[in-house]
Design a protein around this ligand. Structure first.
Ligand code: NAD
Length: 383
């Protein structure tokens, strides 16, 4: 089996991708399994891995990827590949990466048309067995940490309580909306820095997790909210949305830092904070909108930017895990190695594409000329 890792470090879609789909550790393990690992020159540079770190463990550095693409069995990416790349792959080759499939219908259909087999890491089921392959979780955990660090850097104050002869400083108040993977990591990070943390999520089942991390859970009675069979939040009704916004207004006005992490799987994120509510916050307070690049939880946040709205700093940088690119690469590379390892046959030295397997049934989105995931097909048909 021959795999190729491309250098995604060029300015892509308005930002430079710093992560890489392999680390020296995963290349070493792949080579030991008999896999040929080709890596485009400089692919690890921005995550701290020089080309030599890969050659030392048996990887091959390639300058011109065009001829290599034609004999590649699996293309490992962080993001979705460009047409210039995927159009050179042979039919039935695997394409693995963050494809963003709900919002990239033309790309997914083009990949299907070329008879490529696409594995979208966003579609890996959130099961115990697939946890080690779960790139959404690995990157979201890092995002939770990074968002707190960025907020702390912009806040004109400190997070912990400090009692000194020069006066006593109270702990900063942090309000976190959404207590999924990123939100829980943000709670843990803010608590470790000494802040007083309040959190809210529409899934009441997470209240216990918030409290076990030392946070307080804001109780808002929205009636039936529920969650999908995969544990994702369901979209609220308009009445529930209004109720939530009214109920958390005081918490937001009182906070030094607000971090919004609310997402709806396969849909645009919900808007949670209006400009009017933002205006209630003290000047110098900081809001981090995790979803700024994909529509935004906060009215007034700008994708990729840090802006000031009525004296409040609103951070919409996005691509959070890239701020810690080495750790993000190590975790993502492990996720992809674990996926390959799960389905790699030591006898045939090939990836065993067992579409009956629940993990592959979930994350394989194109195969043999078709879009194979029902959820996507329905979404594309507007159902
Ligand atoms: P996500 O990124 O889809 O959403 C983040 C959080 O936002 C969720 O907790 C969601 O409930 C919350 N949210 C949505 N709308 C909201 C609103 N209006 N106000 C406040 N909060 C709102 O979620 P995620 O972090 O990817 O986790 C999704 C689910 O998957 C969770 O149930 C999580 O426990 C589960 N999970 C399971 C595994 C596993 O078992 N292997 C791994 C990771 C996550």
């Amino acid at each position: 089996m021959k795999i190729l890792i491309i250098n995604e470090g060029h300015d892509q879609r308005g930002y430079r991708e710093k992560r890489c789909a392999v680390s020296p550790s995963t290349v070493k393990r792949m080579v030991q399994r008999g896999i040929t690992v080709n890596i485009q020159q400089g692919a690890g540079q921005l995550s701290g891995y020089a080309d030599t770190a890969f050659t030392e463990v048996g990887g091959h550095i390639v300058e011109d990827i065009a001829p290599v693409l034609q004999e590649t069995d699996a293309l490992l990416c962080v993001n979705r590949p460009d047409e210039a790349v995927y159009s050179l792959l042979k039919p039935a080759a695997l394409v693995i990466g963050h494809i963003d499939p709900f919002f990239q219908q033309p790309l997914v259909e083009a990949l299907a048309e070329r008879k490529l087999t696409t594995l979208s890491v966003e579609m890996i089921p959130r099961s115990s067995r697939a946890q080690k392959m779960d790139a959404l979780s690995s990157q979201a955990s890092l995002a939770g940490y990074v968002m707190v660090m960025q907020a702390a850097t912009h806040l004109p104050g400190i997070l912990p309580m400090m009692m000194t002869p020069s006066g006593t400083i109270k702990p900063a108040k942090v309000y976190i909306i959404g207590a999924g993977v990123a939100g829980l990591q943000a709670i843990a990070t803010a608590k470790r820095l000494g802040a007083s943390v309040l959190a809210y999520d529409t899934r009441p089942v997470v209240a216990e997790q918030v409290e076990s991390l030392g946070g307080k859970f804001l109780s808002i009675d929205l009636g039936e909210t529920g969650q999908t069979k995969d544990g994702y939040a369901k979209e609220l009704t308009d009445e529930q949305k209004q109720k939530q916004q009214d109920a958390q207004r005081d918490a937001i006005a009182d906070a030094d830092i607000v971090i919004t992490t609310a997402q709806l799987f396969g849909r645009r994120p919900p808007q949670l904070i209006s400009k009017d509510t933002l205006a209630l916050m003290r000047p110098g307070s900081v809001v981090v909108d995790m979803a700024a690049l994909s529509g935004g939880n906060v009215e007034g946040s700008e994708p990729g930017k840090v802006v000031t709205v009525n004296g409040v700093t609103v951070i919409g940088t996005g691509n959070w895990s890239q701020a810690v690119a080495k750790d993000a690469t190590d975790m993502y590379a492990n996720n992809l190695y674990n996926l390959l390892d799960e389905f790699f046959s030591d006898e045939t030295k090939q990836f065993n594409l067992n579409l009956e397997d629940e993990i592959l049934a979930g994350c394989v989105i194109t195969h043999n000329g078709s879009v194979t995931n029902d959820m996507l097909v329905n979404a594309y048909q507007g159902a």
